[in-house]
Ligand binder design. Sequence first.
Ligand SMILES: O=C(O)CCC(=O)C(=O)O
Length: 343
Amino acid sequence: MSTAVAMNHASSRAESTTRSIERRSAADLPYERFLKEYLEPNRPVIISGAAPQWNAMRTWTPEFFKNRFGSLTVNVSYETKMKMSELIDAVLASTPEKPGPYLHKVIIYRDMPELLADLSPDNVYAFPRRYAGSLMQERFRRPDGFLKLLIGGAGGKFPLMHYDTDNSHAMITEIYGDKEFILFPPEDTQYMYPFANSSHTSEIENPDQADIVKYPLFAKATKYRGTVYPGDSILIPSAWWHAARALNPSISVCTNMMYRSNWPGFVNEACDPVAGGSSVNRLLKRAYLNGLGAVLTTCEGLQKAMPRGPLSRKLAEFAPRYRQQLPTEVDYPKHRRTAASQS
Ligand SMILES: O=C(O)CCC(=O)C(=O)O
């Protein structure tokens, strides 16, 4: 490449402002402060030592998945199914120059329920969890926030830069290896070039290599960067754009959360014309969800006022605010292995 061409090439890459994602230690971050300082103001944070109680922290390695689930066929992505043993080999062979597959379609309770015991008791910061409430409409109910398994090797990445559906928060806990996250705040959506038919996903696949000629506004976006190491959890607040890339063989789990602070955005999304339904149905749905939000806020307020005792536990059935208040660990719907099969 000539010098002039090389310079043009370099200047066509976006140079946006970069900040570090804040880091806290679970030892110094009581849950109520987490709610006040991060979840409610919708600010991202990386918390070290958030789930030391998990057996997964001591036992999950690439070899563990290969030895124990090697013959299981899993949905790696929308397009690809693989045997776990092949997946792990490809993950270990992955390099930044030739990235291997990135597993992101395994919902643990549905596809690999054997793993749940290794993730219990829950991450204390993966609450409040309105998704688990018995008053949530069936379509939105996610008893454990749809706990998802993510496995990739060096250079492997979640396929798209996006923000999560339902205006939900995500808590991703790194169990093995290291992974880098790049986030952009909701107010920068105007610079993110969402697909015309999918407002949650950006045309820009890799924020570190965005083409500034094609995507000039992207240079105005503020980038928040952070790396998670084993034992770290990252809060990706609602409507924050994010891209994730493994730096070496990486295993993590992701769950979604819903609270009063992200509820109005959830209602707007659920009642958007894009979600379908007649305008009358959408009006009724909005009225129901707004009313439900008020009821759940009351349930949460009472749990905060009286964190222990039978009333609090009863109210947690509608909107668990604390980990210890889930009636049982998690009330999973009846399931069969649908997306994965043991051969
Ligand atoms: O791969 C990751 O850690 C990101 C996961 C994610 O963004 C998602 O599951 O929606």
